[in-house]
Design a protein around this ligand. Structure first.
Ligand code: ZN
Length: 143
């Protein structure tokens, strides 16, 4: 059966969602969590890597940490951008303090850093806090 693969951020299940249903609030077949809520979801490293490797829908991740002022300033801007991409691109965040392996593995030099993944590969990354309009533009050209 054709469908776009989407990893559930809650339980890790890989779901197949028909292309024309991506904007219709698809839910995980296993746990019922919304797969394209338009909300930024906090993910752990394992879930993030599974989604980056598997998903047919582009994924953007914000590497951040609670002690980082610019990260906190950008959070509402990032959330607002996520809403704009509902049904098309998923935006998540990864706490590099809670998951220190993530920073080393992805060679994150400064935070916030956002990175875009599509078709199993990193397509682009950008460091530094950005307003919503810049995030939206960057995502559009990156995925
Ligand atoms: Zn699930």
């Amino acid at each position: 059966m054709a469908g776009k693969k989407l990893t559930c951020f809650e339980c890790g299940q890989i779901n197949r969602v028909p292309f024309d249903k991506l904007g219709a609030g698809p839910k995980c077949g296993t746990c019922g969590t919304g797969l394209m809520s338009g909300k930024v979801v906090e993910v752990d490293l394992a879930t993030f890597e599974k989604a980056a490797r598997t998903d047919d829908v582009p994924l953007v991740v914000d590497f951040w940490a609670p002690w980082c002022g610019p990260c906190k300033q950008m959070a509402p801007q990032y959330q607002s951008a996520a809403q704009e991409f509902k049904g098309a691109v998923r935006l998540v965040k990864l706490n590099t303090e809670a998951h220190p392996n993530a920073g080393a593995k992805y060679r994150i030099r400064g935070i916030p850093t956002i990175a875009a993944f599509a078709n199993g590969k990193e397509r682009a990354r950008q460091s530094g806090a950005m307003p919503k309009s810049a995030i939206v533009q960057w995502v559009k050209k990156s995925v």
